[in-house]
Design a protein around this ligand. Structure first.
Ligand SMILES: Cc1cc2nc3c(=O)[nH]c(=O)nc-3n(C[C@H](O)[C@H](O)[C@H](O)COP(=O)(O)OP(=O)(O)OC[C@H]3O[C@@H](n4cnc5c(N)ncnc54)[C@H](O)[C@@H]3O)c2cc1C
Length: 396
């Protein structure tokens, strides 16, 4: 209670955001940028972000999606990364987003060749830089790869990665500087009165009031929504990434390379990162790294594709959570149709970091009843009630 009274400057707010990961910070930043008189609170239970997906992310951004909206979201994100350091500078101190457009290479099986060309056509239609590479052309650019058994690959040279924590802290610091309050506590439930959103109850039993609540609590979102009687199928799923020191190094950075099986690798300085999402990945809040998994599941596939990586040292690994929307693996972004003032921005699976710039702005515009800069209504939560999943073929 004392801690809350120290940190919360008031009891009522215009908007309360539950979860101060990259999504919450971006929404808060965009809200306060649009209206500096707004009283906004972001409640974050762990400001070290030790377990937040935002700090355990691979931080890749790509326009290689099959759904127009996902393409446009990432295209917008890439543009924002270019000026992020200046845009988020606070009192002369700038984040270092370190955007590295080292490319994304999606290997394609023969059976999916037409689908891949459809994807290229759509991405090009929306102004993205993407091309088809034959196995020979792949080897020319990346001589260590053995792509012979594939039909080819789609390559997006502007895709790449950046510093995830710089994005999170960039939005957070800029929002804070403009007057957003960050409160260290845990939301235990949503407060409703006469069927309307009234606020949140915190772990300490203290209550904060607002007619507008946004659930942006990543893999923890479902439990909070349940307290308002709303059941969303967003589940925490463990994903592991391994850091490898290969004896033979690639002379140029290897792009994020994704095989049709879901196996992926990319350079990180002189090291290699590798992983693979599996249907059997544990559900729940499990952060243990199973090093044996690398040798049991990933090693053979890696060496088949990059034979020169046969000798390597597994240095370490980490595990984080995808907040997986079991309906269609895409986010819920918008107001819950049956409860006014109750907004969702969660369920991003493995592509939420790159979506934060666009989603933050879009959510701010929805909340403020402004004309959205981009039509993202396809992600509205009503599709859950209507049982109308979105089809996105580029889920990794
Ligand atoms: C291994 C891995 C690789 C990934 N790779 C990529 C990638 O390459 N590209 C990409 O775009 N995305 C990637 N992602 C996904 C991306 O990281 C997430 O989609 C994104 O970070 C989600 O951000 P968020 O703010 O919604 O959630 P989070 O970052 O998880 O933040 C949610 C916050 O809510 C807080 N919270 C939870 N419950 C409460 C409560 N009751 N009260 C108060 N606070 C609460 C948590 O402490 C947490 O800080 C990856 C994720 C993982 C795990």
């Amino acid at each position: 209670m004392d801690k809350i009274l120290e940190t919360a400057k008031r009891h009522s707010y215009d908007v309360i955001l539950i979860g101060g990961g990259v999504t919450g910070c971006s929404i808060a930043y965009h809200l306060i940028e649009k209206d500096c008189t707004l009283r906004i609170a972001v409640i974050e239970k762990d400001p070290t972000y030790e377990k937040a997906s935002s700090s355990l992310s691979l931080a890749n951004i790509r326009t290689q999606f099959s759904l127009k909206e996902n393409i446009l979201i990432s295209k917008y994100g890439i543009e924002k990364l270019k000026t992020f350091n200046e845009d988020m500078s606070v009192g002369g101190s700038r984040p270092l987003i370190a955007y590295k457009p080292e490319g994304n290479l999606f290997l394609v099986d023969e059976k999916d060749r037409d689908l891949a060309h459809d994807g290229i056509r759509l991405q090009k239609e929306h102004g993205c830089n993407v091309e088809w590479l034959t196995p020979g052309e792949i080897i020319e650019r990346f001589p260590s790869f053995s792509p012979e058994k594939y039909a080819g690959a789609t390559f997006g040279p502007d895709d790449g990665h950046f510093d995830a924590f710089a994005m999170l802290s960039g939005y957070r610091n800029a929002a804070k500087h403009r007057g957003v309050e960050f409160i260290e506590d845990e939301v235990s439930s949503i407060v409703l009165k006469s069927g309307k959103v009234k606020g949140v109850r915190l772990h300490s039993d203290f209550e904060l009031y607002s007619d507008i609540i946004v659930i942006c609590a990543g893999a923890w979102s479902t439990a909070i929504a349940e307290t308002a009687g709303i059941d969303i199928p967003v589940h925490p799923v463990k994903r592991q990434v391994f850091v490898l020191d290969t004896k033979i190094k690639s002379r140029t950075p290897l792009p994020l390379t994704i095989l049709p099986s879901g196996f992926y690798l990319r350079s990180e300085g002189s090291y290699i990162l590798a992983g693979k999402s599996l249907e059997s990945d544990a559900r729940g809040f499990d952060f243990n790294v199973e090093k044996e998994r690398f040798f049991d599941v990933l090693w053979q596939e890696l060496v088949e594709f990059v034979p020169s990586f046969e000798e390597l040292k597994l240095l370490r690994g980490w595990a984080g959570l995808y907040a997986v929307n079991m309906l269609d693996k895409n986010a819920y972004i918008g107001e819950w149709p049956e409860l006014k003032g109750f907004y969702l921005a969660c369920g991003f699976s493995g592509h939420g970091l790159q979506q934060a710039p666009a989603v933050g702005r879009y959510m701010a515009e929805l909340i403020l009843n402004e004309e959205p800069f981009m039509d993202l209504s396809v992600f509205g939560p009503e599709r859950l009630i209507d049982n109308k999943p979105i089809e996105e073929k580029g889920i990794v």
